[in-house]
Design a protein. Sequence first.
Length: 533
Amino acid sequence: MKKLLALAFTIIPFLNFAAEKGLDEKIDEAFGDATGGFVSFIFYQIEFTPDIKVYWVLFPLIIGATFFTIYFKLINFTGFKTAINIVRGKYDEIESGGDDHVEASDSVFTVDGDNPDTIRIEQDADHHGEVSHFQALTAALSATVGLGNIAGVAIALSIGGPGATFWMIMAGFLGMASKFVECTLGVKFREIGPDGTVYGGPMYYLKKGLASKGWKIAGRTLAIIFAIMCIGGSFGGGNMFQVNQAFQLVENITGGEASFLHGKGWLFGLVMSVLVGIVIIGGIKKIPTVTDKIVPFMVGIYVVAALFILIMKFNLIGDAFSQIFAGAFTPVGIAGGFIGVLVQGFKRAAFSNEAGIGSASIAHSAVKTKYAASEGLVALLEPFIDTVLVCTMTALVLIITGFVDPGNSGMNDAQAILLTSSAFQSTISWFPYVLTIAVVLFAFSSMISWSYYGFQAWSFLFGRSKKVEYSYKLLFCLFVIIGSAASLGSVLAFSDAMIFAMMVPNMIGLFLLAPVAKEELKKFMTRIKEAKA
């Protein structure tokens, strides 16, 4: 921590100089020139009509989610009750007994040739992970519930009108199936180090899963591509974007250009960096102890405020849903009509819950369980909470309070947050202050979860030594300060592109390994039936 503070104060003068001279803007512009081709490719829009342009990355996400929903016989609905029971602990006894499905690491062996992971597993039959189902769920939710639920919904409605809400909900339901598959595979192919540390995620099921089917080189190549993109995404969208948007809102609520924080983004970033550093040094066991308190708290505050407004304006809810359904199927002159509204809903849902991106499976892989499908079922709750519940409530508040202006396509995330804040403020005068706190907590929890995602990818590429670990965590904390102080337009566009680029290798793996997930589901459901008999 002393080294972190020393390095932080070393770069502060540079950040002040950058702010005065506009060096950060020049660097950002140069960076944009260097990476613009990659960003343009990932976010290339297929033009159907002059008014309808669709990001190509949405197609594999939508097609994949639809395929998994059908292939797993509507697991998003049929598995919902079982998922709730797993989180409640109803099947804890089942998961602590039976056959061991944990994959042991093949990287370290004792002198006599035995694998120390195997020894540990045999000696400690109850240890099959690092965190509980609930903690794994909150750790993953902390990375997805956030600015997408606040700013993303406002942007979707400003372009696609109320009808975009319907397709956002549909995308959330379909995304539940994708989350089930990737998180089941994450647990199935995870590795456990000799000290009990769990390593999992797409890197491992791409490498080991595809190798088991005879595609060793292809699997390792896809795993490396995913890891590189994940690291870039963790520094950008999972770090700098979060703290940058949080600082903008804090600066706005404290007076804007007259605020004592104006021009002092580095100070806000330094405080956040220290707080993030304190948490992430402890690893995945420390992260859920924070997220399983922050996530329910901040989501609870946001949902209660939304419910309060909906109750106060109960007579308008019916009309709001009428606008949603009418706008979903018969939109007039908005975002290119029906297809345009559908695309807006699916796009914002994809940005919000990250189903199919593969990131969440990294957190879910650390769960204590012997049955991979049990955590896959828990994971399908994530898009439901994130998109179906929280996003829908945001949309209803915006519609009921009259803060929907279809056709406003020039809104950025910061403006969208302020629009949502104004919608809540129209009924709850003091809510902007609460929302500011919520956004800071959203950003904080997203950063600590994405630091874990990025570290898992970093360790996959560079090894699992303590030097490798602390080098990543130190870099991550420094990027918190930079992200809060700098102009980040091109950097953030690049990091967003890297996050969505993670989808390409991940979806290939999910399609090819879906039968493995299906077999794991069969094993777990059979075990439940045997326990009931």
